[in-house]
Design a protein around this ligand. Structure first.
Ligand SMILES: Nc1nc2c(c(=O)[nH]1)N[C@H]1C(S)=C(S)[C@@H](COP(=O)(O)O)O[C@H]1N2
Ligand SMILES: [Mo]
Length: 355
């Protein structure tokens, strides 16, 4: 793709290039022992269940993405040539570095801990404007805050470098793992143990940050350190060291280059600005004034929000543009940026032909 050439020209590796796959992958016919162990695993009930999903989160426009992404449809981005297969009896997480006390956690420790459940929308920094590298799931896990409380970070620490069993690493601001956004060591996804390709048995889930600086799958090591002292996997390859998620609105129906009959057309899609929330979505047809879309119900500030817009479509080619406003009142920027180094921006424009 031209984007991959762009990355090559810029001397930056595209995250997931050549390896990225969206959607589920079928395991080979002979299921591995690890896959069988995963299927046999009974997840404990959360001490704090997820808030009930309110009615009306789903956009009424037919064809819009389901509000909860089924595990098999959840986008997948990682550097793993083959999916790591970890035996839960061998899994251990080491928390060390600038801490008063080194902590080691076994999988049984996690099963025995006070787990919480929450809906969080994950997003990939390499998602282009209008792209589908985002997904929303209900995660079960232990707040990382609790583990850090035990380890007691020393003064001067400002980052946690999380590392996977296969050598990927992510740099996450320490304060983000300690605040009340419930960053977690997740073991469950939509009521099941994590699928192997989404990090079984344990991954990180951090609301508000792109996955490359937060969502370490197959995590085995947390080093409390400083941004000045350590660089994560993608930062070493030209990407940013921090990755707050940018406000983004996406048109999902009608699809780009669709042909639609004249008359009433339901436009709809999804917008996100995790931790800030979405307070407005606007649609612009051709060069008409921006008009407010109908927002679907908001579930939380850390999940995406859907929208719809009824359009009286007249024959001919038309452009549909969309932009969102976040909870701080900031309108999504129209400044076009490529995904590298810290996420794409700009307004999506979809061309449709009305017949
Ligand atoms: N071990 C490991 N964890 C990883 C990655 C990786 O390459 N290896 N990629 C990260 C990136 S870039 C993203 S966007 C998310 C994607 O998580 P998912 O594949 O479950 O959607 O995982 C993150 N965690
Ligand atoms: Mo990503």
């Amino acid at each position: 793709t031209s984007r991959r050439r762009f990355f090559a020209a810029a001397g930056v590796t595209a995250i997931g290039a050549g390896i990225a796959a969206t959607g589920g992958r079928l395991l080979s016919a002979a299921r591995s022992n690890i896959a069988q162990a995963r299927e046999a695993l009974q997840l404990p009930a959360p001490v704090k269940p997820a808030a009930a999903v309110p009615a009306g989160v789903q956009s009424p426009a037919p064809g819009v993405t389901p509000w909860i992404t089924p595990n098999g449809d959840f986008y997948r981005i990682d550097t793993a040539l083959s999916v790591p297969e970890i035996n839960v009896d061998d899994w251990e997480l080491r928390i060390h570095g600038l801490v008063e006390e080194e902590v080691r956690l076994t999988f049984q420790d996690l099963l025995d801990a006070d787990l919480i459940e929450s809906h969080v929308t994950l997003t990939c920094v390499s998602n282009p404007v209008g792209g589908n590298l985002a997904g929303n799931a209900k995660w079960l896990g232990l707040p990382i805050r609790e583990v850090l409380k035990r380890a007691r970070p020393k003064d001067g620490a400002d980052m946690v470098l999380s590392t996977s069993i296969d050598g990927f690493s992510a740099s996450t601001p320490l304060e983000v793992l300690q605040d009340d956004r419930d960053a977690m060591l997740a073991i469950g996804m939509n009521g099941e143990p994590l699928p192997l390709e989404h990090g079984y048995p344990v991954r990180m889930v951090v609301p508000g940050l792109y996955g490359f600086v937060s969502a370490t799958k197959w995590v085995v090591d947390l080093e409390v350190t400083r941004f000045a002292d350590s660089k994560a996997y993608w930062t070493q390859r030209g990407w940013s060291e921090r990755g707050p998620i940018k406000t983004m609105a996406r048109v999902e129906v009608p699809k780009s280059f669709a042909k639609v009959p004249a008359g009433r057309v339901a436009i709809g899609g999804t917008a996100w600005a995790q931790t800030r929330g979405i307070t407005k979505v606007e649609v612009q047809i051709d060069s008409n004034p921006w008009a407010e879309a109908v927002l679907s119900t908001e579930a939380s500030l850390i999940t995406w929000r859907q929208w719809s817009f009824d359009w009286e479509a007249t024959p001919g080619p038309h452009y549909i543009k969309v932009r969102a406003t976040d909870g701080t009142g900031d309108v999504q920027t129209d400044q076009r940026a490529d995904p590298v180094p810290d996420g794409a921006s700009g307004w999506q424009s979809v061309m449709v032909t009305v017949e």
